[in-house]
Ligand binder design. Structure first.
Ligand SMILES: [Zn+2]
Length: 509
């Protein structure tokens, strides 16, 4: 029998979110219970299990899965100490119980994590696993394309398998591809040759949408490489621009399978392809920036749209600066406050993280009015709490199944508040807002409103964009603002586009 271990560590943080995330933000699963829960999930582990399941002689050995419910701020030092102890003990257990009988390990990682006392948690884990399990067995690591590929991660992974889509819809396929890579490494008598090319660029914007944008051209090349006979994996890791760590940048990775006699030649070929992808990306970098509309102009456009008898439909106000799935705090009231202060006569729907407001609403009870201070509870330097009178429409436990993956997402106690014409869905903790499930599961259909605040840079088009009467990328303040220069990076390597002028890209260095 072939024993293949699996391990999962997923979190994406924003260093510019002033709070800390803690171990309590993670859902931790182990062993058979983990496998049972994730077998049907439409993400990497589901995809990998399905692939391994096709081989009668494969036994999957689950170690530990630590997944941040939403993303968050940098992990507190004490939490990393606690989490890393759990992660390393699971690797120790694997080494003790199965030792030499493990044939390979699949590491499912996001790649954009950081802790106060460890800037490269994923690299730390891979290095640790290598020290315990030896250099003979293959390590295959899948990554979100916003992951930051560090030297340690690259050194201790035989193959890196990145997502190929943005917005991300290929998590399941990525797990599936990773498991296929594991199987090929075990079954074929050849060696993986992995190369990477580092690109000094951080990008955001519509051109990254792989279906329609210029970035799609780079990914097309990656898929062609994977489809070739010796292509094992290829892709780009553009890095989460808000994870301000010393190795933040864009990376291209290519892995070919080589006969031992032709390794050097294969490496040359892989570098050529990786360079081609990197150069294509570099050429397009200027266009991979978001065009943003000021809050004032966005409010005026919303008012005009609503006042015009010739137009109807919902205005989508994209507040990517407070994207919880990129690590933002979720407590921005910037657009809501501006709408409330304007003479907009329509109805706005907005999400908000605000634990004290939730408590006050629960104490008041459904159907009653309460005075609350909405917003600015986590990031008061950016957002001023807004005192308002609200009517409590609904109180819920905040547990819901995600529209995207059918996973349980947990917002903690959650309330729906009506403020004047408008509705705010307020959770205790940040949840992912890259689909509609937070609204829908709390009884709010975004398209029954005149305007909706969407705190995610991109959702799948059918969720908002295709149905939006107007779709506006708003330049609001926030710890995940696409206005990257506004954030104040201190750790990432410089010079880097677009933080610095006249950045040069020398692919062969
Ligand atoms: Zn991502």
């Amino acid at each position: 029998m072939t024993r293949i271990a699996i391990f999962q560590l997923m979190q994406e943080i924003s260093s510019f979110n002033p709070s800390n995330s803690t171990i309590a933000d993670f859902t931790i699963n182990r062993g058979a219970a983990w496998i049972e829960q994730d077998r049907k999930a439409k993400h990497e582990i589901g995809g990998a299990l399905a692939q391994f399941g096709e081989h009668d002689d494969v036994i999957v050995v689950p170690t530990i899965s630590a997944r941040s419910n939403s993303s968050g701020a940098i992990l507190a030092a004490s939490s990393w100490d606690e989490l890393s102890t759990q992660l390393t003990s699971s690797i120790d257990d694997l080494a003790t119980q199965h030792g030499g009988s493990i044939a390979a390990v699949y590491f499912c990682m996001h790649g954009a994590m950081a802790a106060e006392n460890e800037m490269d948690p994923e690299g730390f884990i891979l290095e640790y696993a290598r020290s315990k399990l030896g250099s003979e067995i293959p390590f295959v690591t899948s990554m979100d394309l916003h992951g930051i590929l560090t030297e340690r991660m690259f050194e201790h992974s035989d193959v890196i398998v990145p997502y190929h889509t943005y917005p991300h819809v290929d998590q399941y396929e990525t797990g599936n591809r990773s498991a296929k890579v594991v199987m090929r490494l075990l079954r074929e008598d050849s060696t993986p040759v992995s190369v990477r090319v580092q690109v000094p660029a951080l990008v955001r914007g519509d051109e990254l949408v792989t279906e329609t944008g210029l970035f799609g051209e780079c990914l097309l090349l990656a898929k062609q490489i994977e489809d070739s006979e010796i292509g094992l994996a290829a892709g780009m890791l553009i890095g989460n621009p808000f994870t301000d760590v010393p190795e933040l940048r864009t990376n291209v990775v290519v892995t070919f399978l080589a006969e031992s006699a032709t390794e050097a030649e294969t490496e040359g070929e892989a570098i050529q392809y990786a360079t081609e992808m990197a150069e294509l990306f570099w050429v397009h970098r200027e266009r991979m920036r978001v065009k943003l509309t000021s809050i004032d102009d966005a409010v005026i456009a919303t008012i005009d749209h609503h006042a015009d008898p010739e137009t109807d439909g919902t205005v989508v106000l994209v507040d990517a600066a407070d994207a919880t799935s990129s690590g933002a705090s979720g407590d921005s009231n910037a657009i809501f406050s501006a709408i409330l202060a304007s003479d907009f006569q329509g109805r706005l729907l907005a999400p908000l993280v605000d634990a004290p407001a939730v408590q006050a609403a629960i104490e008041a009870g459904v159907g009653n009015s309460v005075t609350v201070r909405l917003g600015g509870t986590v990031d008061p330097a950016r957002f001023n709490p807004l005192e308002c009178q609200a009517k409590v429409r609904l109180i819920a436990d905040g547990d819901f199944l995600s529209e995207s993956f059918k996973l349980l997402w947990r917002g903690g106690p959650t309330v729906v508040l009506d403020v004047k014409n408008h509705t705010v869905v307020v959770s205790t903790c940040p949840v992912n807002l890259f689909d509609r499930s937070f609204f829908l599961s709390h009884g709010c259909d975004p398209f029954s409103y005149d305007a909706v605040v969407v705190k995610s840079p991109h959702c799948e088009p059918h969720m908002y964009q295709e149905r939006a009467a107007l779709y506006i990328d708003v330049d609001a303040p926030g710890s995940t603002s696409a206005n990257l220069k506004s954030l104040g990076h201190t750790q990432c390597p410089r010079p880097i586009f677009p933080l610095d002028e006249d950045v040069a890209f020398c692919p062969n260095k």
